[in-house]
Design a protein around this ligand. Structure first.
Ligand SMILES: O=C(O)CCC(=O)C(=O)O
Length: 289
């Protein structure tokens, strides 16, 4: 499949050649792989996380808030209230050992890793780089008690995990944008935007896409008629995205090795996950021993 040219904003005043490091394949997985992923997805029970918790409170004057969407993680779970993985200082007490990838994702990830090793120079990925972490984001609308509210977007952010990032999309297409850093009071400039189609793969790596720009999901279409199991209370999912990243193994800790404060903050989530996932039930039991 030939690499498509990035869609530069038609309105960009000075279209420029972008550094390499962004790759897109519009139909990366086969119909069989897609069907196998969907079958496995129907067995998952994503959760709603709060951004903060008792031992990790919000900045003064700000309330805690739920994330915009339910999530599930594989490999290691970066609970939002533990503030994700933030090198150089935020390395420990935040990446919690989670379930391994199911066979269908394992096979796809092995292919993606080989592709990324071929496309990205050694200087752009740590020697031990592999895709050992997966965030599953559910995009859709939630019932606020009176009406359905669309929350299918992600605000500007950077991924701090070292090395290339891979993103597999299912369902409605989504508009991803890479934007330059903002100065106070200024809008960042959109340097690259692209619709991510059902079954597509996006890769990005290197300093331009990882450090010098932010990315965001601006909106998710609703014309394809996609919807996904499982039933999530008060939520309808129309797109699911798998973001694969690398966290050095030495920074991934089993739940029972976290500090007491971190365990206290995430114990309710662990208990919720343990209701459906034997892995988390076993991890919780190790704390009690
Ligand atoms: O859903 C996507 O395509 C991107 C998700 C993302 O940026 C993230 O999980 O950090």
């Amino acid at each position: 499949m030939p690499q498509q040219r990035p869609l530069l904003r038609p309105s960009a005043p000075h279209p420029r050649r972008l550094p390499p490091g962004h790759y897109y394949h519009p139909a990366y997985i086969s119909a069989d792989e897609r069907a196998a992923i969907l079958e496995w997805l129907a067995t998952l029970h994503p959760i709603w996380e709060q951004r903060y918790a008792a031992n990790h409170p919000p900045p003064p004057g700000q309330p805690s808030r739920p994330l915009l969407r339910p999530v599930y993680w594989l490999g290691n779970w970066q609970f939002a209230c533990l503030d994700y993985y933030r090198p150089p200082h935020g390395l420990l007490d935040r990446c919690v050992r989670a379930e391994p990838f199911p066979p269908v994702l394992r096979r796809i990830v092995t292919r993606v890793e080989a592709l990324a090793r071929a496309r990205y120079h050694e200087a752009e990925r740590p020697a031990a780089w592999q895709l050992n972490t997966c965030l599953i984001n559910y995009y859709g609308e939630r019932w606020d008690g009176q009406r359905w509210v669309d929350s299918a977007r992600v605000g500007e952010h950077r991924d701090f995990e070292p090395g290339p990032v891979a993103s597999l999309s299912l369902g409605e297409r989504a508009l991803i944008q890479f934007v330059t850093s903002r100065r106070p009071g200024q809008q960042g400039e959109v340097v690259l935007e692209r619709w991510l189609a059902d079954s597509s793969l996006e890769l990005f790596g290197g300093a331009f896409y990882k450090e010098r720009t932010f990315h965001r999901v601006q909106r998710v279409d609703s014309r394809g008629g996609h919807s996904f199991p499982p039933e999530i209370e008060n939520f309808r999912a129309r797109r699911i995205n798998f973001t694969f990243r690398y966290v050095p193994e030495e920074h991934v800790q089993p739940y029972h090795r976290l500090s007491i404060g971190a365990r206290d903050d995430i114990r309710p989530y662990m208990a919720e996950l343990a209701r459906h996932a034997p892995f988390f039930a076993a991890e919780l039991a190790r704390e009690a021993r």
